[in-house]
Design a protein around this ligand. Structure first.
Ligand code: PMP
Length: 362
């Protein structure tokens, strides 16, 4: 039982900014004199359409999304996009390049095989996904419909610190676990997408930013709900959208802008991650799992090298209000997910706790 809010290091769904939660709570039963909750509004109502349009305009401004891109809100989370992407783009040439640098890009590549030929253009499986392949290691097919990669590997704690150069082949990027954590030049991409439940909103939707010339190439079997073209034509309202999640997304985007936008988010992520990695580098009990050049600014994976010691640490941390530090079941160890909403203070306190713990438990 906690009487105060904890520092929640969950990989997702994860912490939301406190002011956002407070505003949502204040507006919960009577949204701005409408006499009803946003959760109770028709998605066709004037009031809800205003919430939706404002959110979309704010998101475009904060993420600097050029006019040549549609912003779609789609059901099925990021996993839905593992199928939607090949269904919408594979007909361009019938094949696609995938970089497999973790669990989610692997699943995405397997899903894509149902819809066309998949070339594994790079893989970090040989070293348990502890690194990111560099540009010269990418085996690019010049006639691929698209090149797919996952910018931040939530489970392994690695992140691409460069945008691959693929010539005329459109880049498709899963940014589920690092979207809005730093400025990104959207114009380099064909598609940027993310499940919202880490850095953007409560779970329930995928944001899909797609270059307009990539609409309308879909396979005939593509379900309507997964068609980028139809979703764009219907402004993401071809059926009932996850209205409340999208309202919360709007609050988060406003919060990001108030903090100073993506430049401010980048500064914060550098500060948070720097504190943790600096400590891990000098620790004699813990060590970071990912190769230095590939370290994630969002998911910091670390371990002691002894499963029992890992478990004891996670238990002790939990008792002190540092929650969800257990690593993903595929890899074990620990993982501190430090998205935008994690206060710098939370990481500072965690590092202090780890220092003390190390002194007492070596
Ligand atoms: N991609 C990445 C990078 C993820 O971390 C996750 C899981 N949170 C997914 C895809 C799958 O997301 P979803 O649960 O929204 O399908």
């Amino acid at each position: 039982m906690f009487t105060e809010r904890v520092y929640n290091f969950s990989a997702g769904p994860s912490m939301l900014p406190l002011p956002v939660l407070e505003q949502a709570a204040a507006e919960m039963t009577n949204y701005r004199g409408t006499g009803m909750s946003v959760a109770e509004m028709s998605h066709r109502s004037k009031m809800y359409l205003e919430i939706f349009e404002t959110m979309k305009t704010d998101l475009r401004r904060v993420m600097r999304i050029p006019d040549e891109y549609e912003i779609l809100f789609m059901h099925g989370g990021a996993t839905g996009q593992f199928a939607a992407i090949p269904m919408n783009l594979m007909p361009l040439t019938g094949k696609a390049d995938y970089a497999v640098t973790g669990n989610f890009s692997k699943i995405a590549s397997q899903e894509a095989k149902k819809y066309g030929e998949v070339n594994i253009a790079a893989s970090s499986e040989d070293k348990d996904h502890t690194y990111i392949p560099q540009q010269d290691a990418l085996r690019l097919a010049p006639d691929a419909s698209y090149f797919y990669y996952c910018a931040n590997n939530t489970i392994y704690g690695t992140e691409w610190h460069y945008v691959p150069a693929t010539g005329a082949v459109p880049l498709v990027c899963d940014m589920s676990s690092n979207i809005m954590s730093r400025p990104v030049d959207i114009s380099k991409f064909g598609i940027v997408y993310a499940g919202v439940q880490k850095n953007m909103a409560p779970a329930g939707v995928a944001v899909v930013i797609v270059r307009k010339d990539l609409l309308g190439h879909e396979m005939p079997i593509t379900p309507r709900i997964f068609s980028y073209k139809t979703t764009a034509e219907k402004d993401s309202m071809l059926n009932t959208p996850p209205c409340y999640t999208l309202y919360m997304l709007g609050l988060v985007v406003k919060w990001v802008e108030e903090q100073g936008g993506l430049e401010a988010m980048e500064q914060l992520r550098t500060e948070r991650a720097g504190m943790l990695y600096d400590f891990l580098d000098e620790s004699r009990l813990f060590h970071a799992c990912a190769e230095k050049s590939a370290r994630s600014g969002m998911n910091v994976t670390f371990r002691t090298g002894d499963e029992e010691k890992d478990a004891a640490f996670v238990k002790a941390a939990t008792e002190k209000g540092f929650l969800n530090l257990k690593g993903h079941r595929l890899v074990g160890g620990m993982r501190a997910s430090i998205y935008n909403a994690m206060p710098v203070e939370g990481v500072r306190k965690l590092v202090d706790f780890m220092k003390d713990y190390e002194c007492n438990n070596r």
